[in-house]
Ligand binder design. Structure first.
Ligand SMILES: *Cc1c(COP(=O)(O)O)cnc(C)c1O
Length: 472
């Protein structure tokens, strides 16, 4: 399997090359040259597998530069009951007739990002060791991504993490999760500023090519193909749990921000998994809902990005969306480039409403969408607690509300649970009047010693810190 760029660059790369890279050289995103098709016999064979075995089977179709035995061992080491809390790894439970929740957030940091990041940590360690190289991961986080990356990379050989976050702006629980890590290869940097300042610093450092090369700076952001591929696996695992045989269709609803999670669902569907509809659920930041309703993709300015109670979906521009659009326009790299570099660069929007391909988003690719508000989240959390004695987080609430707007009789609807309620306790208290339950291993973490340095919102200060801490 070789990988190409969504913007038409002629190079074809292998999996381990793009594993450690961000964007393609022409600014596009990497995708496989074609999606491997899974036939009925293979689907039947996969149905009985453990999660780790299933992950190996899916990854094998896309990875041909890691020996099979090694890849199998990496999957087995990643997806264990010790790390993810159950043998199923992503247990499914029926909430009401035909509506299911697939639990993706029982990993180390209680959000679905662990599903991919844990594998990425093991893949990075493996590949860096094989090359005799080191990598310094520089990131910016407002919460979930930073902690998932740190818990995945802690103690890994050859990898250091420098994670910037806005000083004092994460929830006390999120701060405690990250800052209580005592591993020498994890560096928390609290920036006096907001999340955008952190992102600007990461951009400034990455644009200093001399520094980037000298200090081997890398990233783990959601455009990484390996992260997306790891997420394809739980669509298969959810399907097998919701159905008794492979002639059945299911639908998925996915709380969405950067379009990474639901893009993995799109890949699973392209491989032949019988998915009828992929429902994209957004909050008040409805860039994606607007596109699927109208055909207009209009990125928002930072000032027009709302701070909501499902903060991990507060995005103004969906960084993985280009992957889907590439497929939508018939894998035409020149057309994708014209949309994302040309029109989007010039006008901050593009409009496919008059293009015949837009109808295919729903018809051929099965996409639908919905949007919700803070009031909807509170109502859904209360209703789910009252009727089903089940506590869901704010992002999953966005999903459940959207799912109900797209139910079809006889087609199971699987809502992806993307985080546990304890991460967003403030809104749970607002909805229910009491704190959500806290897993035992997080009891009292706010009181643990914190390992964090404070730096001004200045890329030079961050560079100096990285340079100083690269030889230990
Ligand atoms: C990251 C995140 C999302 C959004 O996922 P995308 O892949 O960016 O669409 C949704 N919910 C939670 C809890 C998250 O952490």
């Amino acid at each position: 399997m070789r990988y190409l760029s969504t913007r038409g660059h002629p190079d074809r790369r292998r999996f381990c090359d793009i594993l450690l890279e961000g964007l393609a050289p022409d600014g596009g995103l990497y995708l496989p040259e074609q999606y491997p098709k899974v036939d009925a016999a293979t689907l039947q064979k996969w149905r009985g597998l453990s999660y780790a075995e299933l992950a190996f089977e899916v990854l094998s179709l896309y990875v041909d530069d890691i020996p099979a035995a090694d890849l199998k061992a990496l999957c087995a080491r990643t997806y264990t009951a010790e790390v993810f809390g159950s043998d199923e790894i992503v247990p499914l439970r029926e909430l009401e007739d035909g509506v299911y929740l697939e639990a993706l957030s029982n990993g180390p940091t209680l959000a679905f990002k662990d599903m991919a990041m844990q594998l990425l940590g093991n893949l990075f360690e493996y590949e860096l060791n094989r090359r005799g190289e080191q990598l310094n991961i520089l990131g910016a986080t407002s919460g979930d991504t930073g902690s998932a990356a740190e818990y995945a990379m802690r103690g890994k050989k050859g990898v250091r993490v420098f994670m910037t976050s806005p000083d004092g702006r994460m929830s006390p629980f999120q701060q405690a999760q990250m800052f209580s890590l005592q591993d020498a290869n994890i560096h928390n940097i609290a920036i006096s500023g907001v999340f955008d300042d952190c992102q600007d610093i990461v951009k400034a450092v990455s644009n200093d090519l001399g520094f980037k090369r000298k200090y081997k700076i890398g990233t783990v952001n959601s455009i990484n193909w390996a992260r997306l591929l790891a997420q394809v696996v739980y669509y298969f695992a959810g399907y097998f749990q919701a159905t008794a045989s492979n002639d059945k269709q299911v639908s998925f609803t996915v709380p969405s921000g950067n379009f990474g999670n639901v893009c993995a669902g799109h890949v699973a569907r392209m491989m032949g998994l019988p998915i009828r509809t992929l429902v994209v659920a957004t909050n008040e930041n409805d860039v994606l809902d607007e596109f699927f309703r109208t055909g207009v993709y209009r990125v928002r300015a930072a000032a027009d990005t709302h701070e909501t109670s499902s903060p991990s979906m507060d995005i103004s521009k969906a960084s993985n969306f280009e992957r889907f659009v590439f497929d939508l326009v018939g894998r035409d790299g020149a057309k994708t480039r014209a949309l994302f570099e040309g029109e989007l660069g010039r006008a901050g929007r593009f409009d496919l409403s008059g293009d015949p391909v837009f109808a295919e988003a729903a018809k051929r690719f099965g996409f639908a969408s919905s949007r919700s508000t803070h009031a909807d989240r509170l109502a859904t959390i209360r209703d789910t607690d009252k009727r089903f004695a089940t506590l869901i987080d704010t992002h999953t609430a966005d999903g459940l509300k959207a799912a109900r707007e797209h139910l079809v009789a006889g087609v199971p609807m699987i809502v992806l649970e993307t985080a546990l309620p304890i991460k967003f306790a403030e809104t749970i208290v607002e909805a229910l009047g009491h704190e959500p339950e806290r897993p035992a291993r997080f009891e009292g973490i706010e009181a643990l010693p914190k390992r964090v340095v404070k730096l001004p919102a200045d890329a030079e200060a961050v560079k100096a810190y990285i340079a100083q801490h690269c030889d230990d």
